[in-house]
Design a protein around this ligand. Structure first.
Ligand code: PBG
Length: 327
């Protein structure tokens, strides 16, 4: 009988020892809360496929933002759902449109206590549900879309967003947004580029959340789940175009991508734990098949461990509350 020379179990003997040996931490300021606001609501509207998440009214959104600031979260990412949609998504450009008003409201509520972020994309605003405008053949027209994004970005900066999140995966989107912001005097407004955004089945519940009009899919602009190397190209391009931070999305099925990008990116890396990832854990927990709190914590820890500096997660506030309690 020979005894082991090395006993890694020694560092697992007590909670205090495990805490001392923990390589990865989650802090509230690393968490970003995505939030939806829907025009014309008088009460918040629960999203069936995302139990616990609602479409906000202006009032409840302000409260959620204040709570997020109180919890010390890093940011809030706003998505707007307009009453009227058209082919070019013009409600996204309107300073009085639902998203731009929400940015103004939230900024008024939290000031600089929280980084106020907004989605620069047309899918919530178009009657066909695509992230860009269409050409005569019905294809998403990259360069025509860029012109709309530039205007949309300036409108959001004017409304008070600190950081813009272009999520449409059009080629050149970061460059045109950067140029438009600078030309309009918004040199300090930053860009969180959805650099590696994959065409994912896990966006399903988000499409309910924003009442998406999309038929078909986004495979001609979002990345193919089969590709790893291509994510590096997307990040390099976005960095060259002026991205201040880069994001990987989804997160849990793409941890290799998070790790690759964390290894090469000179700017902070974010990962978006998306609606379907949220729904899977909530559904399994509701069945009693997994321990909800432990699974949520582990999933976000895994994303951090893979290398994400910040995580967008619908559990941001709840998780920060747990961190505050001290487990
Ligand atoms: C596009 C956008 C999407 C999400 C964030 N921004 C949907 C899509 O690309 O279809 C998905 C987020 C989630 O699933 O939680 N504006």
């Amino acid at each position: 009988m020979s005894f082991p020379q090395h006993r890694p179990r020694r560092l697992r003997t007590t909670p205090a020892m495990r805490r001392l040996a923990a390589e990865t931490l989650i802090a509230p300021q690393q968490l970003i809360l995505p939030a939806f606001i829907r025009e014309g609501l008088s009460e918040p509207n629960p999203i069936q496929s995302m139990p616990g998440v609602v479409q906000h009214t202006p009032d409840t959104l302000r409260r959620a933002a204040a709570e997020a600031a109180g919890l010390g979260l890093g940011g809030i990412m706003l998505f707007g759902i307009p009453e009227d949609r058209d082919a070019t998504g013009s409600a996204g450009l309107d300073p009085e449109g639902v998203l731009n008003r929400a940015i103004r409201d939230v900024r008024g509520e939290v000031g600089d206590a929280l980084v106020v972020m907004s989605d620069v994309c047309l899918d919530e605003f178009t009657d066909h549900g695509h992230c860009g405008v269409l050409d005569e053949a019905g294809r998403v027209d990259n360069d025509a879309t860029l012109e709309v994004y530039a205007e949309m970005a300036v409108a959001q900066a004017e409304a008070g967003a600190h950081m813009l999140g272009p999520s449409g995966m059009m080629d050149g989107q970061v460059a045109v947004i950067r140029q438009a912001l600078d030309a309009a005097g918004h040199q300090d407004v930053s860009v969180l580029a959805y650099a590696a955004k994959y065409a994912s089945a896990f966006y399903g519940p988000f499409r309910e959340a924003v009442d998406s009009q999309l038929k078909g899919d986004r495979r001609t602009y979002q990345m193919d789940a089969a590709n790893r190397r291509e994510a590096l190209l997307e990040v390099e391009l976005d960095l060259a175009e002026g991205a201040d931070m880069v994001m990987v999305k989804p997160a849990m099925s793409y941890l290799d991508i998070v790790a690759d990008i964390a290894a090469m990116s000179p700017v902070p890396v974010s990962a978006y734990q998306i609606s379907g990832e949220y729904a899977m854990i909530e559904a399994a927990a509701a069945h009693g098949w997994i321990d909800r709190r432990a699974a949520i914590t582990e999933s976000v820890l895994g994303i951090r461990r893979a290398g994400a500096d910040t995580v967008l997660t619908y559990w941001a506030a709840e998780l920060a509350g747990w961190l505050k309690e001290g487990k």
